[in-house]
Structure formats: C-alpha cells, structure tokens
Design a protein around this ligand. Structure first.
Ligand SMILES: Cc1cc2nc3c(=O)[nH]c(=O)nc-3n(C[C@H](O)[C@H](O)[C@H](O)COP(=O)(O)OP(=O)(O)OC[C@H]3O[C@@H](n4cnc5c(N)ncnc54)[C@H](O)[C@@H]3O)c2cc1C
Length: 397
C-alpha cells in the first residue's frame, strides 16, 4: 500500500475536478486518478454554456434552473476570464412551435428564477435591429427576444478547477487507470495503473466521477453496488467557418428541438443532437445523419453564411433510462452510494458542467458522516479560477 487518502476520486472531467477541489478545500487529503487526461472526454465536448437551461422550464425542472442560475452567477464572479455573459437570441417565426407569448412567459420565469438581477432581464429586439443579426433569415420572422446567458471553454474551466484542487494539495495521477477497489473495515483498498506499472493505496471514501464509464467502473468495485439504470445519449456539434458577431442563437430544428448556433473561437459552433449510444464510450463519433441535421438547421436560419464544416465532435450524456423522449428527460444529477447512512462510495450520474460546484458540495455532504474532521482551507464559492492560476503540476506516480 503506497498511500492513505481521505478521498480517491476516479475521473478528471468537470465532476472529478470539482469533487477534488471541494474536498481539498474542506481540508481532506485527495488523490485523483485519470486514465487519459484532464477534461479529455465529455467535459471538452459540451455546448460550452454556463446557463440556467431555459428549455428545462418546459419540463418543469425549476429547481435545476434555479440552482444553475445561482451557479452561473458564482462562476461569473470567480472565473471572469473563463465564463462570460453573451447575448442570446430567440427568433420566433410564423412556423415556430413556441409562440411569442410562450417565449415571453418562459423568459419572465427565467428572470424570476435568476432573482430579477440586471443580467436576468430580457428585451424584444426592434425590427430595425434585425439586420444586425449575423444574416438571420427575417422572412416570416415575428419577434426576436434577447436575454443573457454565459459561455465558457469547458476544457479550460475543468483544468482551472483541477489546478485549484492541486494548489490545495490534491494529487493527480495521469495516466492513472482505476483497476478495482475492495471494501476494507474503514474504506477501500484501491488498485490503479500508472505509466510505471500497477500501484495501490487506501482511502476512506471513493468518488466515482467517470461520466459515461460510470457503471463499468462500478462493476470493478467489491462488494458489488447495484448500478443505476441509465442510457448513454450522444450529442454532436459541428464547427463552421466564419465568426458570429452578435451572440448566440436559439433556433428550432425541423423536429421542434432547440439547436444552438454559437460564436466559438472566431468560428461558429452548432449543436446538438440526441442519438442513443451503446458501446465503448471512447469510440463515440459524430454520425453523418447528425452532421446533416445540424447543417440543415443552420442553413434554414443562416442561408447566406458559409457552412464549411471545419471540425465536428461528439460527447455522451448519462441519462436515466425512461420511455419518454430524450429531449424531455430530467437532467438533475443522480447519486448512488454503497450504504445509505454511512457511505464510503458515491457515484455521480449525469449532471451539468454549470452545476459542477453544487454537485461537488452534495458529494461531500453525502460523505460527511464517514469522513474525519479536518480544518477547512478554502471555499469553492470564492476561490478564484483562471487560466493564470496554474500551480506546478504534480508528477504522475
Ligand atoms: C453534447 C453535450 C452537450 C452538453 N452541453 C452542456 C452545456 O452547454 N452546459 C452544461 O452545463 N452542461 C452540458 N453538458 C453536460 C456536461 O458536459 C457533462 O455533465 C459533464 O461534462 C460530465 O462531466 P464528468 O466529469 O461527469 O464526465 P467526463 O468529462 O466524461 O469525465 C469522466 C472521466 O473519467 C475518466 N475515466 C473513465 N474511466 C476511468 C478509469 N477506469 N480510471 C480513471 N479514469 C477514468 C475519463 O477518462 C474521463 O476523463 C453537455 C453534455 C453533452 C454530452
């Protein structure tokens, strides 16, 4: 056994980085095992929005929206170089499924859930300004609503959270593939593989933050903990040539789904799709039909713009298995544990980039009865996150 930790976190996507940062800030000793690289999977393939999730109002997920808007405000404060407010536009056409009154009602509720702060206000754009909207089609256009939400660089945000955890003495092992864990009297004996070979350590608590690998990783832990019934749903984005000047567009695809058209690194990012996935998460790739669907949606609203596909990528959502359409499926984060009263293992299912900090706090609250008392070293609501706050990376072991 080469080490004893309060927590071992498996996975260094946004949830693993967030759990490591929150635990290190609470004074715990932390080891993070990441098989490939920080932010190498879902957390670099999202829509890169730090948002309340306006569309989740349609499925009544008010708590999720309220929490996400609160987290957005925190991130705007602590990570101003990484998270920025951007104007969002909702064009409503004669053919749109959502009518202007419905959009107005949704945005009003969104503003209320955002505590009616200045950044929660929305406006209706005067017709005279429709020509400034990056070539958006104006035929049959009835109204354009403008509100604010935030954009980030998901990989850079994840790396900043991981660096913050490391600056609070969390250790990161990359490559560090989790091989298995065995329950002991007071925690778990953990086996993992590094570039130097196999290693072992012991921890009081284990956090499974492996995104789409979650149930594969859970199956490597003994005694067996029943996995949550989930399905993996892939979401594809395409990156097109040409910069957008006026912000993000919330368009409606031919099937009524919302598709975002967003400025991204002097180019245009369009996404996303919902395609059921089975197989090895490492093999997820955009499908031709998804790229065609996104291009069709883009051309419908921006027929005059360049639609040359510069890049494309796909990520996997972890959603509870259900009969209902994927679009309306709950997006709340789910947790499972190895014991209800005094858990030593927490698995994080699903979740949002936006809510990673709140998710990490919930993980620690679940483990509070199990973990020893420690002296707090920081508060994740105030610890600054930025591309410049990188401490020297600890060596892989
Ligand atoms: C298409 C799409 C768009 C999205 N858009 C948004 C958005 O705009 N805003 C938003 O808030 N949220 C969005 N989300 C949700 C958000 O991106 C995810 O919830 C989040 O990135 C998941 O992070 P994670 O840490 O759980 O998983 P991941 O980022 O997938 O990280 C899991 C990590 O575990 C590692 N791992 C796996 N197995 C092992 C092992 N055995 N040993 C060691 N390491 C292992 C992997 O290498 C990986 O790095 C989107 C999701 C998708 C799919």
């Amino acid at each position: 056994m080469t080490g004893q930790y309060d927590l071992v976190v498996i996975g260094a996507g946004i949830h693993g980085a967030g759990a490591a940062q929150a635990a290190a800030a609470a004074g715990y000793s932390v080891l993070v095992l990441e098989q490939t690289g920080v932010a190498s999977a879902t957390s670099c393939r999202s829509s890169k929005l730090i948002h309340g999730g306006l569309r989740y109002l349609e499925s009544g997920q008010l708590n999720l929206v309220r929490e996400s808007l609160r987290e957005r405000d925190i991130l705007l404060r602590i990570a101003p170089q990484l998270v920025r407010l951007v104007p969002f536009h909702i064009p409503v056409y004669r053919h749109s499924v959502r009518r202007p009154w419905q959009v107005r009602a949704g945005l009003s509720l969104y503003a209320v859930l955002g505590n009616l702060r200045r950044q929660a206000w929305f406006t209706t754009l005067p017709r005279a300004q429709w020509g400034d909207l990056d070539g958006l089609v104006t035929e049959n256009l009835q109204a354009v609503f403008r509100y604010q939400d935030a954009q980030t660089d998901d990989a850079a945000l994840t790396q900043a959270v991981m660096h913050s955890a490391q600056s609070l003495d969390a250790e990161l092992v990359v490559p560090g593939e989790f091989l298995g864990a065995q329950r002991t009297v007071n925690g778990y004996a953990v086996r993992y593989r590094t570039s130097q070979g196999e290693a072992e350590c012991h921890c009081t608590a284990l956090v499974n933050a492996t995104g789409p690998w979650i149930n594969t990783v859970l199956a490597r832990i003994t005694p067996r903990v029943p996995p949550a019934t989930i399905e993996l749903v892939q979401g594809t984005h395409i990156v097109l040539d040409g910069a957008l000047r006026s912000g993000v567009y919330y368009t409606e695809a031919e099937d009524g789904r919302a598709v975002f058209v967003m400025p991204w690194r002097s180019m245009t990012l369009v996404g996303t799709t919902e395609t059921r996935f089975s197989g090895d998460p490492a093999q997820v790739r955009p499908q031709t039909a998804e790229v065609d669907y996104l291009l069709r949606t883009f051309r419908r609203y921006f027929p005059e713009r360049d639609a040359h596909v510069r890049d494309q990528f796909a990520g996997l959502r972890v959603l509870p298995l259900a009969e209902s359409a994927v679009f309306h499926r709950p997006r709340e984060t789910l947790f499972t544990t190895d014991a209800p009263q005094q858990p030593h293992l927490v698995s994080i299912y699903g979740g949002k980039l936006t809510g990673y900090r709140a998710t990490a706090e919930k993980v620690l609250a679940l483990l509070a009865p199990t973990l020893p008392a420690r002296t707090r070293r920081g508060d994740t609501r105030t610890l600054p996150l930025g591309p410049k706050s990188n401490p020297s990376q600890k060596k892989s072991r």
